[in-house]
Design a protein around this ligand. Structure first.
Ligand SMILES: C[S@@+](CC[C@H](N)C(=O)[O-])C[C@H]1O[C@@H](n2cnc3c(N)ncnc32)[C@H](O)[C@@H]1O
Length: 226
């Protein structure tokens, strides 16, 4: 249930307590996790990720919000050159040790995807599995704009955008309908469901290759950098 809060910023910037609490949430969520989540998730679209990356001639891949690294590891095992970035130190620590155990050369970096500074045209592809839901519309917009320069022309973006925010929980809503959770388990976490229209608008400068909804309601978006 949304709770009322009359003192909210109309646009969330990163120098606000709300954003800082969101960052703290992720650090707190990951800090007790002592081993990486090494089980590959049972996602119906899993194999289509490397297949499409290969189809579009991609070799270097940036994995946004990589967590403890399953997608980076999965792609690196298949021969892709992967960089994974996550805001939580512990997630990156776990991802690095997993890659080390498998003798995989993956660059794992702690960082905020809304504040990346890669050189132009660094990557052939960017993958983002269940991560943009944790940004406001404005932060997602800025991030996607930045990505455009890191991806080489003809390179691709893959994102899974989940249908979120309908379950139980206590939160208040920002002007753009981002939920800011207040309940004990998720205090500070941002969660926002992007509509298909919003996804199309966010990728208006890209060529949308496909946008489809799977059984769970998640939207899978493939776009090409023009
Ligand atoms: C729902 S999990 C998804 C993790 C992984 N991509 C997956 O599919 O399992 C969201 C991840 O994004 C990270 N995260 C949240 N906000 C972030 C941000 N602004 N920059 C980088 N990572 C972020 C969290 O630490 C967490 O690992």
């Amino acid at each position: 249930m949304p709770s009322e809060n009359s003192n909210l910023p109309s646009e969330l910037t990163k120098d606000t307590d709300i954003y800082r609490e969101n960052v703290d949430f992720w650090d707190k969520a990951w800090s007790p996790v002592k081993t990486a989540y090494t089980q590959m998730p049972d996602l119906p679209y899993l194999e289509s990720i490397p297949a499409n990356l290969k189809k579009h001639g991609c070799q270097t891949v940036l994995d946004l919000g990589c967590g403890s690294g399953w997608l980076s590891i999965y792609l690196a095992r298949l021969g892709f050159s992967v960089t994974g970035i996550d805001i939580a130190h512990q997630a990156i620590h776990l991802a690095r040790s997993w890659a080390k155990d498998e003798h995989l050369k993956i660059t794992f970096e702690t960082g905020d995807i809304t504040d990346m500074s890669y050189v132009e045209d660094t990557f052939d592809a960017v993958v983002a599995n269940s991560i943009f839901e944790h940004l406001t519309y404005h932060l997602a917009e800025q991030t996607i704009k930045e990505l455009y320069s890191f991806v080489r022309p003809g390179g691709v973006f893959f994102g899974c955008f989940d249908l979120v925010g309908t379950g139980p929980g206590e939160f208040f809503e920002l002007a753009d309908k981002t939920h800011v959770y207040t309940d004990k388990g998720r205090k500070g976490m941002l969660l926002r469901c992007f509509s298909d229209e919003e996804l199309k608008a966010l990728f208006a400068n890209w060529e949308i290759i496909s946008l489809k909804t799977i059984e769970t309601g998640s939207r899978l978006l493939w776009a090409r950098r023009i």
